[in-house]
Design a binder for this molecule. Structure first.
Ligand code: 13P
Ligand code: SF4
Length: 333
């Protein structure tokens, strides 16, 4: 296909006017795709806003678990994704690894009924369903602290999957004891939060040396990072928050205040033209978020127009039932 980006944008706009669709994009999408969206946000905002949307089709530009979450929350909607890109962290856990983690705790004297599982929204629907079935819930980076505070009220051990960094960072913020299965030899009975050993390959790129470099180069600079970064990074940062929280924090800084940001490149690049730096000497792009192109978006809308939608998300009934329980427990809070 030999359309320029401008031509593609025009065609996309025409199809959007014609069809009963809402285009949704996560903050990490490429700029040209992001510009085409009706709804943008972090994963929590996208889950909430699309739930209340009344169009027949949701065209979701993001990674697969996000499209699945829309389908789970609103099974009557038709959800299509220009690319079925799978977040590398979400791929680190499946239902077998989940079951093994529960078994690990049982073998160390913590019975199933004493475990409260929490899954980061960056997980596939079948893992969310397992969590829902065991009485647990979903969290995002924007509400993890609130969810964990509520969960602790039940007096159980928290099994936190799949992101060990988010689990450890929240535990550190709240003064709780955490351990990572397979990495720490702590007795899980001694820990408040037991984390699965998953992580985000993009947020692992930021290092303590990057922070030291920027602090030395620009004394007084602020360091703002996403909680998927390693605890060693978060401990040294001035601000830790989800993508929307980072945007808000940076927009409220005085113009002349320099800030180095530890999250995905597309978002950082869009933040503000001056005094904003990417906290890395390499370009921290999320390969899967970047898979979706303008051409993919156009072809997806065209396929809807032709009555043969491509990449439609399907989730089986049982998975929808329990994954929805886990997601709705979060939304209720
Ligand atoms: P947010 O919940 O902040 O949007 O983060 C999602 C994500 O994938 C970050 O890597
Ligand atoms: Fe997944 Fe990391 Fe990409 Fe976020 S940045 S979608 S956690 S791989």
């Amino acid at each position: 296909m030999n359309y320029t980006n401008e031509e593609l944008k025009q065609k996309i706009q025409e199809l959007k006017r014609k069809l009963d669709v809402t285009v949704v994009a996560h903050f990490y999408q490429r700029d040209e795709v992001y510009e085409m969206a009706d709804i943008t946000g972090d994963s929590l905002e996208l889950a909430m806003k699309t739930k209340n949307d009344d169009k027949e089709f949701v065209v979701f530009c993001g990674v697969a678990f996000m499209g699945q979450s829309v389908k789970v929350l609103s099974p009557e909607k038709r959800v299509v994704m220009p690319k079925l890109a799978c977040c590398s962290m979400a791929r680190m856990i499946d239902t077998l690894y989940y079951d093994e983690s529960v078994k690990f705790l049982e073998e160390r004297g913590i019975p199933k009924e004493k475990i409260l599982p929490i899954t980061y929204i960056n997980s596939n629907a079948d893992v969310k369903a397992k969590v829902g079935e065991m009485g647990g819930m979903v969290c995002t980076s924007a509400n993890a602290k609130k969810i964990i505070t509520t969960a602790l009220g039940e007096g159980k051990k928290i099994l936190f999957v799949p992101d060990r960094c988010l689990g450890q960072n929240i535990a550190n913020q709240m003064g709780l004891k955490s351990m990572v299965i397979g990495l720490d030899d702590m007795d899980p009975k001694e820990a408040d939060i037991i984390c699965y050993d998953g992580f985000c390959s993009v947020h692992q790129l930021f290092t303590v040396e990057d922070i030291e470099f920027y602090r030395k180069k620009y004394p007084g600079i602020k360091i703002a990072v996403h909680p998927e970064c390693d605890p060693a990074i978060c401990e040294k940062a001035d601000f830790v928050g989800s993508t929307s929280q980072l945007i808000r924090y940076i927009s409220e800084l005085p113009k002349e205040q320099k800030v180095a940001v530890g999250t995905e490149y597309n978002l950082v690049n869009r933040l503000r033209p001056e005094n904003t730096y990417v906290l890395s000497s390499t370009k921290p792009e999320c390969p899967t978020m970047n898979e979706t192109t303008l051409e993919d978006l156009y072809l997806t809308l065209k396929s809807i127009d032709e009555g043969k939608p491509i990449n439609e998300i399907e989730v089986d009934e049982k998975t929808v039932k329990w994954a929805r329980v886990a997601l709705e427990r979060m939304l209720e809070l």
